[in-house]
Design a protein around this ligand. Structure first.
Ligand SMILES: [Mg+2]
Length: 222
């Protein structure tokens, strides 16, 4: 795989970005590809960074994965302000570039959705542009997902939107809405750009996700 940054964003908070990021880390490691993970800002706990830390198996420290973390369980910008601290786009890009020099593949997880404020002067969209990262949009596959996915794609720069991959997180029990979402989005965006991952335990057996993950990585360029 050519050196690159994959940026995991989503239609909302709590939609499965960390699950996907951790699965991708394990996928690359399983294929013997050196991979790093970066969750620049966390607020209200560092669970996401800890999940990525575990997936990496000790190749990065928690502070390398997550340099900025704030106590309040609100958006990172507001949580930082509550502690009179600041994170800027330049600082985050510098930290990401440092990791990128160490790993051919770097998986970056935003916080919240694409336009949730991460710091004083940036959101995930700004970070995707600054890093020239390949975006992956995660959405829960439930009623309403079509609109949420299309809104998120529409908010990405025109040059990136056509290359962006979409990952629908399957519900515990597929229903008419989840089946319809997958079909419609594949029709609209082209089948190779829309993926669905079944529900699994990230630390458990990954058998059901092997094929969809391999297809996603292929669509991302190898
Ligand atoms: Mg997360």
């Amino acid at each position: 795989m050519k050196p690159r940054i994959l940026f995991i964003t989503g239609t909302d908070t709590g939609v499965g970005k960390t699950v996907l990021a951790a699965l991708l880390v394990r996928h690359f490691r399983g294929r013997g590809i050196s991979v790093g993970a970066f969750k620049p800002v966390c607020s209200g706990g560092r669970d996401d960074a800890e999940t990525l830390h575990a997936a990496l198996g000790g190749t990065l420290t928690l502070d390398e994965i997550n340099p900025w973390h704030f106590r309040a369980a609100v958006s990172p910008l507001l949580a930082a302000r509550a502690e009179r601290r600041k994170v800027t786009l330049t600082q985050v890009v510098t930290a990401a570039r440092r990791l990128q020099q160490r790993f051919p593949v770097l998986i970056v997880e935003g916080a919240g959705g694409l336009l949730s404020p991460l710091g004083e002067d940036f959101d995930s969209r700004d970070l995707i542009k600054a890093l020239r990262a390949a975006p992956v949009v995660v959405a829960p596959n439930r009623l309403g997902a079509i609109n949420q996915v299309l809104l998120t794609l529409a908010a990405l720069p025109g040059s990136l939107a056509p290359k962006t991959q979409v990952v629908l997180m399957a519900p515990a029990k597929p229903d008419a809405a989840s089946r319809g979402n997958l079909k419609f989005l594949r029709e609209k965006l082209g089948p190779p750009r829309v993926h669905e991952l079944p529900q699994i335990n990230v630390s458990g057996p990954n058998q059901p996700v092997i094929k969809p993950l391999a297809a996603l990585v292929k669509s991302l360029g190898g």
